[in-house]
Design a protein around this ligand. Structure first.
Ligand code: DQA
Length: 143
């Protein structure tokens, strides 16, 4: 079984990008810590990042085969993308929405998620630990 760790726009710049908001750890660090959590579980991690909406949609569709869950930080597409919402609705695999920052404590345009209603759940504002918590959930609730 596999978990897809999916990151959207600008998250390739994690660690360099607005570190006062997103911290100094990189996407590589995130991937490594989720991999460490999954060690010995028999579940493998596939990590993908794209700045392109259509690419993310293709990967969501593909994950419907052979994946037990998707950990997804959709970046700013969270707040805008009906197309990504429809992609999530189209698959049977649970998607956990993760945001590093507390979007509710930021600009009003970040308060609304187009995706949350079609996700299994949402983890917000707990830094990169949110990814680990999402992976822990998938690990504990596998079937
Ligand atoms: C983010 C929050 C979004 O509002 C923002 O556009 C991002 C990152 C987060 O992880 O806190 O790119 O998803």
């Amino acid at each position: 079984k596999k978990i897809l760790l999916l990151n959207g726009p600008n998250l390739n710049r994690l660690g360099k990008r607005e570190p006062s908001i997103y911290g100094h750890e990189t996407l590589e660090d995130v991937i490594n810590s989720v991999e460490t959590l999954l060690e010995g579980s028999g579940i493998s991690l596939i990590a993908k990042q794209s700045n392109h909406e259509g690419m993310l949609i293709d990967w969501i569709h593909e994950a419907n085969d052979g994946y037990m869950g998707i950990i997804f930080n959709p970046g700013a597409y969270t707040h805008t993308s009906i197309a990504i919402r429809d992609a999530i609705s189209s698959i049977d695999v649970p998607v956990i929405e993760v945001h590093i920052s507390n979007v509710h404590a930021r600009e009003p345009f970040r308060h609304h998620s187009m995706l949350a209603p079609v996700c299994k759940g949402q983890i917000v504002g707990l830094g990169i630990e949110g990814y680990i918590l999402a992976a822990t959930y998938l690990l504990n609730n596998r079937n």
